[in-house]
Design a protein around this ligand. Structure first.
Ligand code: FES
Length: 396
C-alpha cells in the first residue's frame, strides 16, 4: 500500500515519531495539487500573443476549456468555443455583423461582449430562440504583448480581480524591454512547474546545453524555501562542496552570481532596481501561484509561465525582461534575438520540456534536492485554490 507522505520511516522507535518524510508513493499528501490536472480557477493566465489575433477567430484550450479569441476593434473577446445548437466550434464561424460571430453551420449569431444569441440567420428576424440562450464569455486583457484570460466565475454585473494581481509587480511598474517565446508542449503543467523549481536538475540535465557556456549552473546547496510577497524563494546560504565525477566533470554548488549589498541598490536612474529587488534575499529562483517561475539574473529576469492547456499539454510562456530604455534596451533586444532566444528559450528549455513530457509520477521516491518540489506542493495546499474540474463541463 502506498505510504502516507505525512509520516515516513524515519522514526527510531514505535512510539517516537520522526520528522515528516516526503517520500510517499502517491500525491495524497497534497490533495488539492493531486486533483489539479487542469490547474486552478480564479486566476488570469497568459495565453497567445496579442498580435496573433486579428479579424479571424483563434481557438485555444486553457485549463481544459475550449475558448475562441476574437478581435473586436481595440479589444479581444473570449467565448466558449462551442455553438450550443449542435456543438460546432465558433472558431469556424464568420464575422457577418459588427460585434458578433455567426456559427458556420446554421448561422446562429452571438454577441461578442455578452455571448448572447442575438440573431439566427436561418430562422428569420422573429426567431423565438433569440435572447433565450448564449455561450459563456471569458474576461480577456492585453498586457506585455500577451492575451490574459481569466478562468473563474464572474457574476453578472461584477468584475473579475484586476489582471495586475496575477502579474509580477515589477513588470507592471517599470519600463522594460522583453523578448519571449510561447508554445504548447507535451506534459502536465505540474511537471513543468516542478521542473522549473527543481534544484536537482539544472546542472545535470542541462550539462550539454550551450547556455552553460554563458552561465554556470550550480547544483543543490542546502536549500531553504522561504515565502516572500506570494513567491516561494529558494534560498541557498552555504557554499560548501565541489566534486569531480570522472567522465562527467566537476559538480559544484558554487553560485556564479554575486550577493548584492542591500537594501539600497538603485538602478541607473536612481530608482529602485527591480532586478535587485527580486534578489533582495539571497536566492534567485522563485515560484508563485498559479505556476510562474522567476529566475533573476543580475541584469535581467527570466519568467516562465506554465499554463495548463489540458491534462497532457502545457503552454510555456517564456519572457526575458530587462528594465532599461534607449540603447541598452535595443542592445538587449538584439542579443535576445541573436542568441538568448535560441540558446535559452530554445535548446535549454527544450531539455526541460523533454523531461516534462516523459516524467511519470506518482509513484516517486524523493531525495534531498526535492525539497523545492515538496515546498511548492505544500504551498499550493496552503493557498487552497479552487481546482479546475477535469470532467467535461456542459455549457462551457
Ligand atoms: Fe451552430 Fe447549428 S451548430 S448554428
Amino acid at each position: 500500500a502506498p505510504r502516507s507522505r505525512k509520516s515516513g520511516p524515519a522514526s527510531t522507535t514505535a512510539t517516537e515519531p520522526g520528522p515528516p518524510v516526503q517520500d510517499g508513493a502517491d500525491w495524497s499528501g497534497w490533495p488539492t495539487y493531486d486533483s489539479a490536472a487542469h490547474g486552478f480557477r480564479d486566476y488570469w493566465y497568459p495565453t497567445i500573443w496579442a498580435h496573433e489575433v486579428g479579424e479571424k477567430p483563434v481557438p485555444i484550450t486553457l485549463a481544459g476549456e475550449r475558448i475562441v479569441l476574437i478581435r473586436d476593434g481595440e479589444v479581444v473577446r473570449g467565448l466558449h468555443d462551442r455553438c450550443p445548437h449542435r456543438g460546432v466550434p465558433l472558431s469556424h464561424g464568420r464575422r457577418e455583423f459588427p460585434g458578433t460571430i455567426s456559427c458556420a453551420y446554421h448561422g446562429w449569431t452571438f454577441g461578442l461582449e455578452t455571448g448572447k444569441l442575438d440573431a439566427v440567420i436561418t430562422d428569420g428576424p422573429e426567431s423565438p430562440i433569440c435572447g433565450k440562450l448564449g455561450v459563456a464569455t471569458y474576461p480577456v486583457e492585453e498586457r506585455l504583448g500577451l492575451l490574459w484570460v481569466y478562468i473563474g466565475d464572474v457574476e453578472p454585473g461584477t468584475q473579475p480581480p484586476p489582471v495586475e494581481r496575477d502579474i509580477p509587480a515589477e513588470l507592471i511598474e517599470n519600463t522594460l524591454v522583453l523578448g519571449g517565446r510561447n508554445d504548447v508542449r507535451e506534459g502536465n503543467w505540474r511537471f513543468a512547474t516542478e521542473n522549473g523549481f527543481d534544484e536537482g536538475h539544472a546542472k545535470y540535465l542541462h550539462n550539454t546545453a550551450l547556455w552553460r557556456l554563458f552561465k554556470v549552473m550550480p547544483t543543490w546547496n542546502k536549500t531553504r524555501i522561504v515565502e516572500k510577497d506570494g513567491w516561494l524563494v529558494r534560498v541557498q546560504d552555504e557554499l560548501y562542496w565541489e566534486a569531480d565525477f570522472p567522465g562527467v566533470g566537476t559538480f559544484t554548488n558554487k553560485r556564479w552570481w554575486k550577493r548584492i549589498p542591500l537594501p539600497d541598490h538603485p538602478g541607473k536612474n536612481g530608482d529602485a532596481n527591480p532586478v535587485i529587488d527580486a534578489m533582495d534575499i539571497p536566492g534567485f529562483v522563485s515560484v508563485r501561484m498559479p505556476g510562474l517561475l522567476r529566475v533573476a539574473y543580475p541584469k535581467f529576469i527570466h519568467y516562465e509561465w506554465y499554463v495548463p492547456v489540458d491534462a497532457d499539454h502545457v503552454r510555456y510562456v517564456q519572457l526575458m525582461v530587462r528594465f532599461e530604455t534607449g540603447l541598452t534596451a535595443l542592445a538587449f533586444k538584439a542579443k535576445y534575438m541573436a542568441a538568448f532566444r535560441w540558446l535559452f528559450h530554445g535548446q535549454f528549455t527544450r531539455q526541460d520540456a523533454w523531461m516534462v513530457n516523459v516524467t511519470d509520477a506518482p509513484p516517486e521516491r524523493l531525495y534531498r534536492p526535492d525539497l523545492s518540489i515538496t515546498a511548492w506542493r505544500r504551498h499550493v495546499e496552503q493557498v487552497g485554490p479552487r481546482v479546475q474540474p477535469t470532467e467535461k463541463r456542459i455549457g462551457h
